[in-house]
Design a protein around this ligand. Structure first.
Ligand code: NDP
Length: 274
């Protein structure tokens, strides 16, 4: 039987994962199928159990099931355990299900390899304290930034995250109003504000002269945050399309043992974004 993979989400219609994994499979000569499955909001465990019982080999997990996938996995990678969220499930040889989180490593790979940006020694601001930010903090801190500030609308969530990752580096949590007077070399927008056409309330002089801005969200047009970044003197900006492809490549490697090339896939997706 052909090895089966899928992405579970709700909504999932817009997911680009099937296109990305089909490109990876063709490129690496792997025989596999990859579909998308709309899962009922209260039906994640049941659907995942049914998928693996029917011979499925691996899943990507998207909104809103990443925390349920964390609980579903019998074993976790260290980065998934620290993130408290899982975006990849993989059937192991012993029949157990391993949970991993490839979002953060995907983002770091995009920043360093595709964009050629630097993290080491930089003053980094992360906006948001939701599931995506939980996933990116550990791989980000592993790159040894000078310090990382997490700013969130709900301050308590930023404080909790900063506390949770404190042993990994110099990390502070705060609200947006506490950013006044501070400047950053790299600002990463991990809020979903762009989805609503909004930008978190940020001071005008937030960026250093070498300020770089990255939005986890991606779109055919520059996101509201990236428009803000250009208007406020950012030297370079990027959305998260590269992260999407890089996190998929890490999942593919976990499942198939081979790391696909990503650059061509990113540019093809970019050309077809609507
Ligand atoms: P969550 O729902 O878990 O978290 C949303 C975060 O955004 C919270 O911190 C929330 O603050 C904040 N927020 C929402 N609306 C606003 C607003 N109007 N102003 C300020 N802050 C706001 O979402 P995720 O973490 O899963 O996703 C966040 C973004 O990352 C999404 O745009 C998603 O598309 C993107 N993403 C991209 C990936 C990629 O591969 N490129 C992978 C994963 C996510 P509060 O806590 O106060 O509610």
């Amino acid at each position: 039987m052909t090895d089966r993979y899928a992405v579970f989400g709700n909504p999932v219609e817009q997911s680009k994962s099937p296109t990305i994994h089909a490109a990876f499979a063709a490129q690496t000569g792997q025989t596999m199928t990859y579909s998308k499955q709309l899962v009922a909001l209260d039906g994640f465990s049941e659907a995942a159990e049914a998928f693996f019982a029917a011979g499925g080999k691996g899943l990507n997990i998207t909104v809103p099931f990443k925390q349920e996938a964390y609980s579903f996995a019998a074993r976790l990678t260290a980065r998934a355990r620290h993130a408290g969220a899982v975006n990849t499930l993989a059937l192991q040889d012993d029949g157990t299900i391993l949970g991993d989180n490839t979002d953060g490593v995907g983002m770091v790979q995009d920043l360093l390899e595709n964009l050629g940006w630097q993290i080491r020694g930089k003053k980094v601001l992360v906006l948001g304290a939701g599931g995506a930010v939980r996933g990116v903090l550990e791989p980000l801190l592993e790159q040894l930034p000078q310090h990382v500030v997490i700013a969130n609308r709900t301050i308590d969530k930023a404080l909790q995250l900063a506390k949770g990752f404190a042993e990994m580096g110099y990390l502070l949590g705060c609200g947006f109003d506490m950013l006044e007077g501070q400047q950053f070399d790299l600002v990463i927008n991990g809020t979903s504000a762009s989805l609503a056409g909004e930008v978190p309330p940020l001071p005008n002089d937030l960026l250093t002269a070498d300020g770089h801005c990255y939005d986890l969200m991606y779109a055919a047009q520059p996101t509201p945050f990236l428009v803000w970044a250009r208007q406020h003197g950012a030297r370079a900006v990027s959305d998260g399309l590269g992260m999407l492809v890089e996190q998929a490549a890490e999942s593919f490697k976990l499942w198939r043992g081979v790391k696909p090339e990503t650059k061509l896939v990113i540019s093809e997706l970019r050309d077809n974004l609507t």
